[in-house]
Design a protein around this ligand. Sequence first.
Ligand SMILES: Cc1cc2nc3c(=O)[nH]c(=O)nc-3n(C[C@H](O)[C@H](O)[C@H](O)COP(=O)(O)O)c2cc1C
Length: 326
Amino acid sequence: MAQVEFDNQAFRQALGSFTTGVTIITANAPDGTPVGLTANSFNSVSLDPPMVLWSLAKTSLSVAAFSEAEHWNVHVLSQHQQDLSNSFAAKGEDKFSGTKLETGISSAPLIADCSARFQCRNMVTHDGGDHLIFIGEVLGFDHQPLPPLVFQQGQYAMTARKPWEAVNLSSEPTAPECSYNEDLLGYLLGRSHFQMLYRMRKVFDEQALEDSHFFALSVMNIQQKLDLEQLNTHLDYTGHSVSEDDMKFLVSQDLISKVDEESYQLTSSGRETSLHHIAQAKAIEEELIDELGVGDVMALKLLLKRLIHKTDPGLPDLWSTQDKPL
Ligand SMILES: Cc1cc2nc3c(=O)[nH]c(=O)nc-3n(C[C@H](O)[C@H](O)[C@H](O)COP(=O)(O)O)c2cc1C
């Protein structure tokens, strides 16, 4: 039979298109030593009886332990457990040091704070090429609404759920071709910024503050002492600026005070006001988490951070200059 050429690397890449969760599988060696490794080969097999499977490379240091183990536990990792995933993917480390464990059905290690856990009895082990395939009966399971860690194309990823129905913006008139339309990234970012700020503005209005005053107070909450020019350097990218008159207004409201001829700082009531703004922003975020789900908000933040990094025109770093936040 003619030998078909097989590109192993391309095969791995093709398999990487299949997006998976990330698990840690644990067991005890016969001498009681805990073993465990990161695995994304986990899958469901049967609902009734409840069965799952996963596969273990024959090169793994824990082959002997898993081959003899009567029980093993599967831990579906959540977004905040990426470091744990990395430590269990490293060979020969003391993987369990510092890992919070709980008591389970068997003596196999049971890791806390995961998205889901399946406590299994090994039913059968199959040979699977360079892997061993373990099939287990699920004796117990639990899960929490924590967004799961995802693995795709050799990288950790986050998921953003797609709503069943397309997002309804139909109340807006359809934009004519070649003009701004609702799918333009700049439009989406701008609109979401203004909609978020719109809700904050209700709080500003209570104190007759304008957006520029809010930006100025936020910067001064981080930088203790600034003159007008320094302040405006930080505000430059927002398209807003503050004038001498704005500063006089903020002084008259007892929100800032003069440190010397040139520089200003927040007064204690200014700091309180700024903290009130932050609390309001957090409350709006909490509501958004309730609406969108914590996983989607985390994914949104990740993408926004990447975008901010990529589009940074070289702004002065607010947090790393000499005056540190209080
Ligand atoms: C996301 C991810 C998924 C993995 N999936 C598996 C897997 O399904 N089976 C496996 O044997 N190794 C898998 N590995 C590799 C093992 O975690 C790694 O080889 C580990 O060092 C094995 O540890 P051990 O030799 O101490 O058992 C995966 C690694 C990562 C980062």
